[in-house]
Design a protein around this ligand. Sequence first.
Ligand code: LLP
Length: 463
Amino acid sequence: MSRSAHPAGPRHADVLPDGHYSAPPADLNALDPKVWAQTVARDADGVVTVGGLAVTRLAEEYGTPAYVLDEADFRARARAWRTAFGSDADVFYAGKAFLSRAVVRWLDEEGLNLDVCSGGELATALSAGMPADRIAFHGNNKSPEEIERAVRAGVGRIVLDSFQEIVRVAHIAQSLGQRQRVQIRITVGVEAHTHEFIATAHEDQKFGIPLAGGQAAEAVRRALQLDGLELIGIHSHIGSQIFDMSGFEVAAHRVVGLLKDIRDEHGVELPEIDLGGGLGIAYTSDDDPREPHEIAKALTEIVTRECEGARLRTPRISVEPGRAIVGPTAFTLYEVGTVKPLDGLRTYVSVDGGMSDNIRTALYDAEYSVALVSRASDAEPVLARVVGKHCESGDIVVKDAFLPGDLAPGDLIAVPATGAYCRSMASNYNHVLRPPVVAVRDGEARVIVRRETEEDLLRLDVG
Ligand code: LLP
């Protein structure tokens, strides 16, 4: 939400305690298509629908809170990435953003590959029938058991994250009589964040092997010597929720620089380069993400230009978007419980979920939008804070947002753009049960991840 000093006399509802204000949107009933899933609309009665289904019906049938996912939107975004990059590149959906067996099948059908980063994600992918050669396995501390499972399954690539892992994977592959295709993840000294990138020494983090000091070159030297490994490329992931392509530009420049050094030293031109994920989405109307075709064009141009400069054949590019595919496709549907107006401050709106289904606000100070979805309202906007039901005052879902002043217990509100890193980071804090994921498409809804039950909780508690 944008904040600026109030230009003319502040209305009390607009003033944030930090002395700034946020102007209410012109029409609280409007649903900005930037932040809502593609098929979301308001019907003639003012009720919000998705995939042709009213949220009031979804709430009746599946309960609240619930993550409601627009399958058509998910498929359209996956396809847009696939089409944008074409057949000379690979798109690996980053499963950490949200993974379920239905999602794996959609990805398979839409021709995307899958990036997993744990044994659990690998098991989900394999159990839903994703061909192993289209899976990439990531992680800074894969266990020997996870590595063995991945090698046995025949995953298309393991992304090596450390010197120790180079030896570990080589040893396991060799003992299984296999040669594992691998990439080496390097840190290029660029850290990209929303709207900015900061060049840092960047060795100061757990992922990857630093380019600095010749460490990445040494990792390549070692990997090329080991019989159990087939080194196919270099991997770089620079950060999250990035809008500015300049971070990728610097990363591509440095990765290609390494490819050139490898060619000069070993006479080998590695065939692949993976530029990771991290492309930003709109959480509020202030965010302006790029379209996949713009991103594909920019990345392809950068790599091609850099390779021409280094007289290298342009390697096959891969990318790993997670948030940019699934993030905008889902919203969290909550029922309003307690409404507590605090005069001169704000109105606290308590919902039946909270930090257990969306930790991002508490963890990253993330900004979200919110709307009343079970009806339209012409009431005056009030500055609201949407909070959960947990025993913690930091249990905030939407920090500052405007909602209609007549909001009442029993109303349904929805927080858009919660498809990524909400269900996948959900917890059982306070023994609150994790919500289901309900997929809607063409007037039909189905549960793809069911609601947790008290029996689920008690099953783990073995006394
Ligand atoms: N590839 C690699 C190697 C990654 O580490 C990540 C994300 C991705 C791809 C996908 O990034 P995406 O396109 O989804 O931004 N929990 C945080 C995000 C952590 C991202 C970790 N790595 C959040 O909720 O914002």
